[in-house]
Design a protein around this ligand. Structure first.
Ligand code: ADP
Ligand code: ZN
Length: 762
């Protein structure tokens, strides 16, 4: 027998190895193995097992790592699809489906020796005083770690062993699991009686899960990667759903009851949430429902803040089917749940589902693919679905489920758009707070209600400009203005972290004008000005500069919850998921800040952000109010968000995308070349463009834009050029790109990154 192995060192190919007699029957698809490679020993994953190889004189596998195969054959297939579709080497895709903590050779359970009292048979022997004392201690504790006992009793392991010899205690090797939520007590919760809209949604999801097609997954022959527009992976009539419901409409309750159905069927579930909303409260809701009763199961949690040990343990809990439910961020989509009945992607429009390094996969799209491969039902949920997903409902690729109202019958907040141009004209310059917003804040302070103020830029001032010569202080490594941070008196780059002292005069040698001024606005300045306007208000700021640790975040939110803060200022960190009944006012300082970016999704992002932020107001008994300050108050993204009109926004945005042939009417591949010499980067980009032009013969609808300097033309001292490709036949383009990237040669210091379905165009 031989095994085909994908090695961890990136080589873009697989190698055959002989399975030696002592490992016969133990090597399986997904096994982690150590193999010889030249003079080295390297790690790899078995991707196939066969009777023989076309090659002779195969070297043998040296050893198997771990008792159990770590990747299931199904997840392995998913990794292969990722490599093909996202145009990356198979070993890179494989690495991302297996967390580092699980891959490492020495990763293992934390094993400890545990001492327990054994039931005495017959007469209790007379013990020496020391031994009797030790025994008493163990008995008192019912059982304890050997190391603890030795320390507490000031004894030695040898003494405890003597008790073991006499049959009075047992010493066993037991696994002590590292549970990141060990300190929390969880109260069991019961299913809630659903309202009619929820019940209808749940019925449809359950019906799909009951379909015979959902059993056993798809046959190989039917597996086709997406090659059309949207999620065209869904050509098989396998239902995948889009649950569109405003925040507070009871989506999570529908998820919980759908998961219960999966468990009843003897299957497991994966729940993806954006990293930022993976709060203890979210996790607790899932744990609480399944902590007791006949559907009792562990809930494994996977996210980037776990220690390697915790990650290892969570992962094995899943592999051993002790945890049937997995809740986690992006990479939890690879969790080895088997059999898998249901995948939920909450806040499916979130761009954090896209991995910004190779493999550049989109977890939502991978979820759809995995569901299809394994016959699992996929539910995407959002208050503001992505255009792509909503369009898929129009094309009947997804089934749309709608929860149009909040469960508690609360009204949507009233949104008022304030024209900043008028305010700027009256006040001779744009104010931070228009009179309308100021008045609204004053009222809230008087009524002891709370306010949230939102601005999506941290720092004090967004740039430092010379009034005389127009010189702007830029980062020496990036093509970006430096942001002024007042507490440290520094200018900082938000891309590479560069910082420098604030100059006293204009740095332009020919100018040296002392009249340099700060312009633009960040959260620090909002805090500062607010303090002057309302000296008695209790104000807190929440952004990446002040929230360094998870505890900081929790502490401020707790204080806010307990009414110890009147006004909370923040960046996108406060846009989502927060539920505070006493917040009746939300002020959006500059609503159009994200609108004027060179990205076809700028309108969509602004609409989503405004809708999310506005959703923070009026979660209690009092109706909420939202003030949106904007320089372009009549922009559709702002106007449709004002009316909470998703369908209206969708219609007009779709028209815009259609005219310009952007997704969902095509798929995009973004090629970025980077290097320290601008000439070399530019030359390489032109060379690549000529190669790409040849593809037009086969791919008739291919549109090539560029090469051009990227919107972020220089980052961390690398020049960046981009070529954007658009086509409906993305998997054919991916294949062609894989060939080109393998054969084309660039100067040594120029690198090419391929991003399929990019979400970040800068
Ligand atoms: P979403 O996920 O859409 O934001 P949730 O599922 O979190 O909504 O529901 C918001 C609140 O309403 C939660 O506290 C939840 O327990 C409660 N809830 C959900 N469904 C119902 C229902 N049918 N009847 C009463 N309360 C409900
Ligand atoms: Zn920089």
């Amino acid at each position: 027998m031989i095994a085909r192995v994908s090695l961890e060192i990136a080589l873009r190919r697989e190698f055959d190895y002989a399975i030696p007699p002592e490992l016969a029957g133990k090597v399986d698809v997904g096994s982690r193995v150590q193999v010889p490679f030249g003079p080295r020993k390297v790690l790899g994953v078995v991707t196939a097992v066969a009777a023989e190889s076309s090659l002779a004189n195969l070297k043998p596998i040296l050893k198997i790592i771990g008792a159990q195969t770590l990747v299931t054959a199904k997840v392995l297939k998913l990794a292969r699809w990722i490599a093909d579709y996202y145009c990356c080497a198979p070993e890179i895709a494989l690495k991302s489906v297996l967390p580092e903590a699980v891959r490492k050779e020495d990763a293992g359970w934390q094993e400890r020796l545990f001492v327990r009292v054994l039931p005495a048979s017959g007469e209790f022997p007379k013990l020496p005083k020391r031994q009797q004392e030790v025994w008493n201690l163990v008995e008192e504790h019912r059982g304890m770690l050997l190391s603890e006992l030795v320390e507490l009793a000031e004894t030695t392991a040898a003494t405890v062993r003597k008790l073991e010899d006499k049959g009075l205690v047992s010493i066993t090797n037991e696994i002590s699991e590292r549970d990141p939520y060990a300190k929390e007590t969880i109260l069991a919760s019961q299913p809630i009686v659903l309202n009619p809209a929820q019940a209808k949604a749940l019925e449809k999801i359950k019906a799909a899960m009951d379909q015979p097609g959902a059993e056993g997954g798809m046959r190989n022959a039917e597996l086709k990667p997406p090659d059309n527009t949207g999620h065209s992976a869904l050509r098989i009539p396998n239902p995948v759903f889009l649950l569109h419901g405003v925040t507070g409409s009871g989506k999570t309750e529908v998820y919980l009851q759908a998961i219960a159905h999966a468990l009843e069927q003897g299957k497991g579930a994966i729940v993806l949430v954006p990293e930022i909303s993976l709060t203890p409260q979210t996790v607790e809701r899932f744990k609480a429902r399944f902590s007791s009763g006949k559907l009792q199961t562990l809930v494994a949690v996977l996210h980037s803040h776990l220690s390697a040990g915790e990650r290892h343990d969570e992962w094995h809990k899943i592999r051993q089917s002790r945890a049937r439910i997995v809740i986690g961020a992006r990479s939890a989509i690879f969790a080895p749940v088997e059999p898998l009945g249901l995948i939920i992607v909450d806040e499916e429009h979130e761009h954090t589902y896209k991995q910004e390094e190779s493999p550049r996969y989109h977890a939502r799209d991978v979820a759809v693919m995995r569901g299809q491969m394994e016959g699992a039902v996929v539910v995407l949920g959002s208050a503001t679905p992505s255009l792509e997903s909503f369009y898929n409902c129009h094309k009947e690729k997804f089934t749309l489920l709608e929860l149009p109202e909040r469960v508690d019958d609360q009204k949507m907040p009233r949104v008022r758009v304030v024209d900043m141009r008028q305010a700027a004209y009256k006040e001779k310059g744009p104010p931070i707070f228009t009179p309308q917003l100021k008045e609204a804040i004053t009222q809230r302070l008087e009524k002891k209600e709370q306010t949230i103020l939102f601005l999506n830029r941290r720092g004090y001032s967004s740039s430092l400009v010379c009034e005389k010569c127009g010189h702007v202080c830029e980062c020496p490594n990036c093509s970006l203005a430096l942001t002024y941070h007042r507490p440290e008196q520094l200018l900082r780059c938000h891309i590479c972290g560069w910082n420098e002292q604030v100059p006293k005069v204009c740095p332009n040698e020919k100018c040296k004008n002392p009249g340099i001024r700060y312009s633009g606005l960040g959260t620090q300045k909002v805090e500062d000005v607010l303090g002057k306007l309302f000296p008695h208000a209790r104000v807190k700021r929440m952004d990446a500069d002040v929230m360094r640790k998870k505890e900081d975040y929790r502490r401020v939110l707790d204080a806010f919850k307990h009414g110890e803060i009147d006004i909370l200022i923040g960046t996108q960190m406060i846009a989502k998921g927060l539920h505070f009944p006493n917040v009746t006012l939300v002020g959006i300082i500059y609503a159009d800040m994200a609108l004027h970016q060179p990205d076809f999704r700028a309108g969509e992002r602004t609409f989503q952000l405004l809708t999310q932020v506005a959703g923070r107001a009026g979660r209690g008994d009092i109706e909420g109010e939202v003030f949106v300050q904007a320089f372009t108050p009549f922009h559709p993204a702002i106007q449709y968000a004002r009316r909470h009109d998703f369908n209206g926004f969708f219609e007009q945005e779709l028209e815009f995308r259609k005219q310009l042939n952007y997704p969902p009417f095509s798929r995009v591949a973004l090629l970025t070349l980077k290097g320290r010499s601008e000439d070399k980067v530019k030359f390489s980009a032109e060379h690549l463009k000529r190669e790409l032009d040849k593809l037009k013969i086969e791919l008739k609808d291919l549109i090539i834009s560029g090469p051009a300097a990227a919107p972020l033309a220089r980052a961390e001292s690398f020049y960046r050029y981009q070529i954007m490709l658009r086509t409906r036949a993305m998997s054919r383009l991916s294949q062609a790109l894989a060939k080109i990237t393998e054969t084309i040669s660039f100067p040594d210091d120029v690198t090419l990154a391929v991003d399929i379905d990019p979400v970040n165009l800068s």
